[in-house]
Ligand binder design. Structure first.
Ligand code: AMP
Length: 447
């Protein structure tokens, strides 16, 4: 029979790699909690309209990367119920659904739906979960990928608009990457102004692009018409010289936006978070305002050309665009797959892996010792140690090789050991062997 394989652009995550995923998530959750964030879990699929409005029809994501479907049972139910009038009266027309390509829209929808604005205090929400985009798969770019993200939003009087929030979020990210051991990260920072600065800038950008547009690559010619901001963050090498000559958003910021940006930079400097101002860092979505940022890792960190680890920005107008109250906010999304690839590549460069070994491998020397080994394993595990058990039918050599692969130490469980309660412990790293009474085993096996 033909073997069924996973779908292109998806991945199976297996142990021991999943141990690293879990460690990253545990560190992240603990850190986010220290900054006052609580977890939100929104559905994997949402009404297609949410993304069309929340991300924008003309973006790559919405225009060509979404997994959109109309559930067969909706269609079937509709058909089965007979005529259209009947259906309309029951308001049960087949609904177009989409696997979430990102999570900000879902979080803001939930924020509006659960009237979190009425609470009146700042809401700090984080999520960890899979997202889906039909992109061309390559290293660091998948069709199902994981994001760790957070959003800070609230009514204007909650201080959600404050530059302090932008700086706090960025300082948290810098601390997270340091705590996880990511080396050489770089923070690029920009302000794309307010809803009033942007139209003036867009006019200037369109005017500057009009006479030179035909010299751009086909993709950028299209963007110049539909979403000119996106031309700025194009990586197309042929277009770079031309892009350098375009007007810069910094020259179009009004006083309030400049002041906001200055306060973000001052706070970051005070916290010792290094950043690079990058006037070309934009987000092509209408609702983004003011602060935008991206963290990248240096070449050779396992990501190839996909070196953006995370991105985010302020979106003071999003809630209103989704029919909600005024609720300014700021958020980010980390590509968790890329974060893991980076940690693995950097660990390898430093000459160590990311794998963790078990504390000990118990090797029964014969089948009669199997149950004594199981009992000992139960007690050691109860004391918090990670333990694997061999099999009495194994030859010593086989037990030894398996133990060396899996664990830091091997404990021999032979007839004598069981009778006397004195166990032989082999420490692989030290290349030493010692006799340990059962009462002292837990201590001897602790790292
Ligand atoms: P975005 O939601 O597009 O701002 O992306 C935020 C982060 O998610 C990026 O910086 C990447 O690290 C990650 N990301 C986006 N798309 C993909 C993908 N197709 N595969 C893996 N990671 C992705």
């Amino acid at each position: 029979m033909a073997v069924i394989l996973k779908v292109r652009g998806t991945r199976d995550l297996l142990p021991p790699e999943t141990d690293l995923w879990n460690r990253v998530e545990a560190t992240t959750r603990a850190l986010f909690a220290r900054y006052g964030f609580g977890e939100i879990r929104t559905p994997i699929f949402e009404d297609t309209e949410l993304f069309a409005r929340g991300i924008g029809e003309e973006t790559d994501i919405v225009s060509k990367e979404m997994y959109t479907f109309t559930p067969a049972d909706d269609v079937g139910r509709s058909a089965g119920r007979g005529d259209a009038r009947n259906l309309a009266s029951r308001n049960e027309k087949a609904q177009s659904l989409t696997l979430r390509p990102e999570n900000t829209a879902g979080v803001v929808r939930a924020y509006i739906e659960h009237k979190l604005n009425d609470i009146g205090t700042l809401q700090k929400l984080y999520y960890i979960g899979p997202q889906f985009r039909r992109e061309r798969p390559q290293r660091g770019r998948y069709r199902q990928f994981w994001q760790i993200g957070a959003e800070v939003l609230g009514p204007a009087w909650s201080g959600a608009e404050s530059p302090l929030r932008d700086a706090e979020l960025l300082e948290m990210l810098a601390t997270l990457l340091d705590d996880l051991g990511v080396r050489g990260w770089r923070l690029d920072l920009n302000s794309i102004g307010s809803a009033t600065d942007r139209p003036r800038y867009l006019d200037a950008l369109r005017a500057a692009l009009a006479p030179v547009k035909h010299q751009l690559s086909a993709d950028n010619q299209r963007r110049a018409d539909t979403n000119p901001l996106r031309v700025l963050d194009s990586k197309d090498p042929e277009d770079q010289a031309l892009i350098e000559g375009l007007p810069k958003i910094a020259d179009f910021l009004d006083e309030a936006s400049l002041d906001h940006f200055d306060q973000v930079k001052t706070a970051l400097t005070a916290c010792g978070v290094p950043f690079h101002e990058n006037p070309r860092l934009v987000r092509g979505l209408d609702y983004y305002t003011r602060t935008t940022f991206e963290f990248t890792v240096p070449d050779g960190s396992g990501l190839g050309t996909q070196n953006a680890l995370l991105g985010g920005g302020r979106y003071d107008g999003l809630s209103e665009m989704l029919g909600g109250p005024k609720a300014p906010g700021i958020g980010f999304a980390i590509g968790e797959d890329r974060l893991i690839l980076t940690l693995e590549a950097q660990a390898e460069q430093e000459g160590h892996g990311t794998e963790r070994k078990l504390d000990a491998f118990l090797a029964p020397m014969g089948i009669p010792q199997n149950s004594a080994a199981l009992l000992l394993a139960r007690d050691l595990r109860a004391a918090g140690l990670s333990i694997e058990i061999g099999e009495g039918a194994f030859r010593l050599k086989r037990s030894f090789e398996t133990a060396d692969k899996l664990a830091h130490r091997m404990v021999i469980v032979g007839e004598d050991e069981v009778a006397t309660g004195i166990f032989t412990v082999k420490h692989f790293a030290r290349g030493e062997q010692e006799k340990v009474p059962r009462a002292d085993l837990v201590n001897a096996l602790r790292r």
